[in-house]
Design a protein around this ligand. Structure first.
Ligand code: AVJ
Length: 310
């Protein structure tokens, strides 16, 4: 991530009427490590649900996909530790795959390749580091049928129409008959969702505050971390879990010669984690140009792997 665009985004976000910082900046080395901790939390049910579906239903998902040979393209692949379960099943079923993991971080893609090598030996892997909006275009001329994976409920970070635009972008990349498999956190008991973003141990708080630390580290800011608090809410009316940082004092912060004023209890909006119902997902599939969809949910009904076909 280059510091100039980070700085530009931070200045823009902190100058807005309602201050905001983009959740994409959570994931520097430290933030990525804290996110690994979040994934181990009792309260943060998402990874466990997704793994349950992959372990128990990969075969059923793959039976919907009638290709013997295909490219499996994963956006934001991370270390691939969960995806191997799915890839392994596909190979067992006799499918000839090429796995194309994409991620911003080249380092994590190396870990990904290690994982895949250990578990799946000679599976052809074509890792692509960089912004997937850019790198995916390089695949346009490949002939084989496609399955695009977008796991981990990352779709939740897109606000409103942005999620529709994103899925349309995937749809435009696909050829008729191709598939898109997306991990989605579902609407459920609001207490359960609220707790997932307000863990007892304060890991989510550290994750959120790391954004300010990153501004201090990288842009030479002087945020006092003790003067800000984490606040997570879930609103059942629209299914949005929102995270904020709350200024506990009337204070000024300086970043590279620029001053930003915070009134007492003024907030910085840092993340949206949108939750969906299966009905809403059906509507999204239609809106984004898919003609068929099917949902694979965990035993609690907390989470869905939703398969869309063009
Ligand atoms: C990685 C975007 C799915 O929104 O649940 C976890 C990130 N934020 N705890 C989510 C996150 C706070 C996570 N996603």
């Amino acid at each position: 991530m280059d510091n100039n665009s980070f700085k530009k985004d931070v200045f823009q976000g902190l100058s807005a009427e309602q201050k905001y910082l983009s959740s994409k900046y959570f994931y520097d080395d430290k933030g990525s490590r804290i996110f690994q901790e979040i994934m181990q939390l009792e309260e943060y049910y998402l990874p466990e649900c997704e793994t349950e579906i992959l372990v128990q239903q990969s075969g059923e998902i793959l039976r919907q996909i009638p290709f013997d040979e295909l490219d499996v393209i994963e956006l934001g692949a991370g270390d691939g530790s969960k995806t191997v379960v799915f890839l392994e099943k596909a190979i067992q079923m006799g499918k000839r795959l090429t796995y194309v993991p994409m991620d911003i971080s080249g380092d994590i893609l190396e870990a990904n390749q290690q994982h895949v090598k250990e578990r799946l030996g000679d599976l052809p892997v074509v890792p692509m580091a960089g912004d997937y909006f850019v790198t995916i275009k390089e695949l346009k001329n490949r002939e084989k049928p496609r399955l695009v994976l977008f796991m981990g409920s990352n779709i939740g970070n897109f606000q409103g129409e942005k999620s529709i635009e994103f899925i349309r972008f995937i749809n435009e990349f696909l050829k008729p008959g191709d598939f898109f498999l997306m991990g989605v956190d579902l609407k459920k008991n609001p207490h359960v969702i609220r707790a997932a973003y307000n863990d007892e141990g304060g890991v989510t708080k550290r994750f959120n505050l790391n954004l300010l630390e990153r501004v201090n580290r990288v842009l030479g800011g002087d945020f006092e971390l003790e003067a800000f608090e984490h606040y997570g809410v879930y609103n059942p009316l629209d299914g949005a879990a929102l995270s904020f940082l709350v200024s506990l004092e009337d204070q000024d912060v300086h970043i590279d010669g620029q001053q930003f004023h915070f009134e007492k209890y003024e907030t910085i909006h840092t993340e949206i984690s949108q939750k969906y119902s299966l009905k809403e997902l059906d509507q999204m599939a239609v809106k984004t140009g898919f003609s068929w969809d099917r949902h694979f949910t965990d035993s609690k009904g907390y989470y869905s792997l939703s398969l869309f076909r063009k």
